[in-house]
Design a protein around this ligand. Sequence first.
Ligand SMILES: Cc1cc2nc3c(=O)[nH]c(=O)nc-3n(C[C@H](O)[C@H](O)[C@H](O)COP(=O)(O)OP(=O)(O)OC[C@H]3O[C@@H](n4cnc5c(N)ncnc54)[C@H](O)[C@@H]3O)c2cc1C
Length: 309
Amino acid sequence: MADREAPPHGLRQAIALHDYTTWKVGGPAQWFAEPGSQDELIALAAWAVAEGLVFRCIGAGSNLLIADAGLEGLTLCNRRLQGSRLDGSEGWVEAEAGEPIPTLARKAARAGLHGLEWSVGIPGTVGGAVVMNAGAQGGCTAEWLHSVRVIDPARPEQPFTLGAEELDFAYRHSRLQQEPLLVLSALFRLEAGHDPTAITARTSGNLHSRTSTQPYQQPSCGSVFRNPEPNKAGQLIEALGLKGLSVGGAQVSTLHANFIVNTGGARAEEIDSLVRQVQEQVHRAHAIVLHPEVKRLGFRQPAWEPPGP
Ligand SMILES: Cc1cc2nc3c(=O)[nH]c(=O)nc-3n(C[C@H](O)[C@H](O)[C@H](O)COP(=O)(O)OP(=O)(O)OC[C@H]3O[C@@H](n4cnc5c(N)ncnc54)[C@H](O)[C@@H]3O)c2cc1C
């Protein structure tokens, strides 16, 4: 490294990623940084390209299972890339990729903007919500997103805009799950002119109904599996008596069967193994394939796929 350009400010090595995921698991990142501005993020991405390193962005790590062995290359965490601008009269809301989506929901409610009340219980960032097309209680990101500002890792210095219609949104899916584009910010068009008190009350009510029916006090990644319509993954798992099934510190929640919780000291490998066991049992009993909604990073074993018929 001596005769190369100095690495950008804020770059660190061998950072334990269990502090950056809501499951509280994950080994070390070879290189790690938490950029505080879009310019810093772009400089870090450009450095990784120049060094020939793989890199990826994570948000709040609330939909991620990171392997115990950790991640090679550069991991950029967007948690510090926060901020938003709300136009209470027209409904335009622009948010940085690292803005927590519950924070944005509350700001929108206070401004009398309707549209994000469903998102208050989702402990992720705006960037993660766009990539995952996060949704709850009848709403989803795709419904209210206008466009995103992104960079292509091959040309990090040239950010560009993609309209929501270009993102191939579907249930918990977007084109950004296949293409390695990094989200810098997102522009939403909400509905202006509502009563802030009513929107705030609806937002708080949504949070209460979530926290009273789901295990928010234990480390988890929310729902592990997509719902195999018309069935509900949680109901299929519960009907097989799998609540409480454990592998080491990983346990199928006794409160909500589509959650796997870390009861203390779980390893990513144990969560991975429990996911496979649940998939296999549901497939054996119902011939239904449960597809995980959670993203898996850094594993050598093949992706989660249940055995064929
Ligand atoms: C208690 C709990 C409840 C939950 N409830 C819900 C729910 O009701 N509905 C729901 O949809 N989800 C839910 N989730 C899952 C999760 O919160 C969402 O998927 C959320 O949108 C993920 O955002 P994140 O910032 O944590 O993304 P991460 O988990 O950090 O990343 C998810 C994916 O997005 C990519 N990514 C993140 N940021 C960027 C960026 N800026 N640019 C490019 N790629 C990026 C990552 O590489 C990864 O592939 C829940 C999770 C928990 C822990």
